[in-house]
Write a protein that binds this ligand. Structure first.
Ligand SMILES: Cc1cc2nc3c(=O)[nH]c(=O)nc-3n(C[C@H](O)[C@H](O)[C@H](O)COP(=O)(O)O)c2cc1C
Length: 217
């Protein structure tokens, strides 16, 4: 049995989401050195953009009529669902890109969601302990100039928590571009506090999901 970890950052060497996910993973491994960590790195191994449509349209033809691409897409969807269903806990690290959901994550999610075991009721995954780490270059908190421009975090919550029914914890770290983009230099103290808060949450949530091992089907 295992922890399933998905990463979506396209810049692994400087990734804030990966660093936070490392903290969650470290707590899991410390508590359960016998378990394995199953990784899916969507930047290193992106899901083909055509796979989702191939999987969906494969359901509209007789099995023997399916094309090679449709069969490959179905097999990939099955492997994604196997990874999710087979894991005892789930960890997702997903940055905000272009004010929306990471295309790598959306492509992966859409394909996984074609597997009939992960139906609209989220039956196969309901109640599974999970942590979502999400990082934002800017800050979209209430009262900020770009309040409402983060079109990723709410969607991620909806699909993971409400559609799939995961027992979800969310670590959010805004302002990761402070220190990178000089226009944000005035926010150094705020960004440092937000980083520390996110790191504390990541460690606490790692401990939480580790403690739930064996208590959830
Ligand atoms: C191509 C690209 C687009 C980005 N778009 C946004 C954006 O729309 N809003 C934002 O706040 N940050 C944006 N960022 C900043 C990332 O969210 C930020 O750098 C984050 O820390 C990336 O995740 P990582 O550190 O795990 O790689 C963008 C970064 C890249 C590389």
């Amino acid at each position: 049995m295992s922890l399933f970890r998905l990463d979506a950052s396209i810049l692994p060497s400087s990734s804030a989401s990966r660093s936070l996910a490392d903290l969650v993973e470290a707590e899991w491994v410390a508590a359960h050195p016998d378990s394995t960590v199953v990784r899916r790195d969507l930047a290193a191994d992106p899901v083909p953009a055509t796979a989702w449509a191939d999987a969906v349209t494969s359901g509209f033809v007789d099995a023997e009529q399916r094309t090679e691409r449709q069969l490959e897409a179905r097999a990939l969807a099955t492997s994604f669902a196997d990874e999710l269903i087979g894991a005892e806990a789930l960890l997702f690290a997903v940055p905000l890109y272009n004010y929306g959901v990471s295309q790598h994550f959306k492509t992966w999610f859409d394909l996984a969601y074609t597997d009939p075991r992960i139906d609209t009721q989220g039956t196969a995954l309901r109640g599974k302990p999970a942590t979502l780490v999400t990082v934002l270059g800017g800050n979209y908190a209430p009262g900020t100039p770009k309040e409402g421009w983060d079109h990723s975090t709410a969607w991620l919550r909806r699909v993971l928590e409400d559609v799939w029914g995961l027992d979800l914890r969310v670590v959010e770290r805004p302002f990761t571009l402070v220190g990178v983009n000089p226009a944000l230099d005035a926010f150094a103290d705020t960004a440092a506090a937000l980083k520390e808060k996110a790191e504390t949450a990541a460690t606490a949530y790692g401990q939480e999901i580790a403690a739930l091992r064996g208590r959830v089907a």
